[in-house]
Design a protein around this ligand. Structure first.
Ligand code: ATP
Length: 355
């Protein structure tokens, strides 16, 4: 059985459909990244899970229990917000213990749980500090410990790293991922940051205009994006406006285009990722009938690869070239091999591969 089940969730604000027909399920202990453009419906979905917003329709079950009629405090949910929301006048220990006191846990049990959490979240030594005496990363760990204290069934994190500077943020992400897998609590975090979602999440949900566009592991989504929007949102890709310049693909692409138009879809969209394009000097590679002639129009050192732009007929392509190779020069003639292409028409998508 799935630990979190969401069935056909809908929410309108006036005439605006903020969440539309969203269904998904999550296994116990998975860390899910909720990603999408601003206004896509992420916060509304999170608030409905939490019981802070009432859906117009649909069903939510957590740990095998339908929670639709339950108020937030009875849903077994822990929260972490971007702005910590710690109680300023309470010490670290008091912050962590707060929810347990509200739930009327016995003193000895509270003491033991707080000690466990201090150890788990690396806060030993900071017990008597107040929030203003902590760094951003430490505060966020307190917020995390406080959310976990009552042993929630589901942890909801709303942009948990947004207020933290870049370096600490990277450390905290790794820390959070390890912590969640150790505790085994099913967790959902909202982020604006694609890189963060790809690096941290076991699975990603992409929401746009209230709808769930795709769900999968970061790798699945990267390898097989379902829509043009996702192809450019997760990882880089260049839109191709002139498929015919890509001679080796033309046959496959044209047959797909014909099929798509037969099915009534007007427009075929094609995308290629920079890492699917191989650019070489003539002596660097065996000649291939699939190779296209191109001219280098831009070269930039990017730390992990050469970022190269190349003109192939009327189409400009962005490519990556391993640093093991010498830099290319502007205006140099090169051979270009496209290994993989994404095509989209209507609700359908295809991957065309060059052997
Ligand atoms: P962001 O990434 O900017 O936080 P989001 O993906 O979380 O965006 P939501 O905050 O869920 O998106 O908003 C979805 C849509 O619903 C937006 O158009 C927003 O303006 C609208 N909306 C959200 N809450 C309300 C509300 N209480 N009343 C009216 N409209 C709302």
């Amino acid at each position: 059985m799935h630990h979190l089940e969401v069935r056909d969730l809908n929410k309108k604000f006036g005439s605006l459909q903020a969440v539309e027909g969203v269904s998904f399920s999550v296994e116990q202990g998975r860390l899910i990244g909720l990603l999408g453009p601003s206004g896509g419906g992420k916060t509304t979905l999170l608030r409905m899970l939490a019981g802070l917003e009432r859906p117009d329709g649909g069903a939510i079950s957590i740990g095998g229990r339908n929670v639709d009629a339950l108020p937030p405090q009875d849903r077994g949910i822990g929260f972490v917000f971007q702005n910590y929301a710690l109680f300023k006048h309470m010490t670290v220990v008091e912050n962590i213990a707060f929810g347990l006191k509200v739930k009327k846990w016995e003193r000895a049990r509270i003491y033991q749980r707080v000690a466990e959490l201090l150890a788990l979240t690396g806060l030993i030594g900071l017990e008597r500090r107040y929030p203003h005496q902590l760094s951003g990363g430490q505060r966020q760990r307190v917020a995390f410990a406080r959310a976990l204290a009552p042993e929630p069934q589901l942890l909801l994190l709303d942009e948990p790293f947004a207020a933290i500077d870049a370096k600490v943020r990277k450390e905290l992400r790794t820390w959070l991922k390890e912590m969640i897998s150790r505790v085994g609590v099913t967790s959902l975090f909202v982020t604006h940051d694609q890189e963060e979602a790809v690096e941290v999440a076991d699975e990603i949900l992409i929401m746009s205009q209230g709808r769930l566009e795709q769900k999968g592991t970061p790798w699945e989504i990267y390898r097989a994006p379902k829509t043009p929007f996702i192809a450019t949102f997760i990882g880089e890709s260049t839109a191709l406006h002139d498929l015919t310049t890509l001679a080796p693909f033309a046959e496959a692409a044209v047959s797909i285009a014909n099929k798509a138009s037969l099915e009534g879809h007007d427009e075929l969209q094609a995308f290629v990722r920079p890492e699917s394009i191989e650019i070489s000097r003539s002596h660097e590679r065996q000649p291939s009938s699939a190779a296209l002639p191109g001219v280098v129009s831009h070269v930039q050192f990017r730390g992990d690869a050469w970022h190269v732009e190349v003109q192939v007929g009327a189409q400009r392509l962005t490519a990556r070239r391993p640093l093991a190779y010498e830099p290319l020069s502007l205006g140099e003639e090169v051979s270009v091999l496209v290994h993989r292409l994404y095509l989209f028409a209507g609700q359908q998508s295809w991957i065309v591969e060059n052997p």
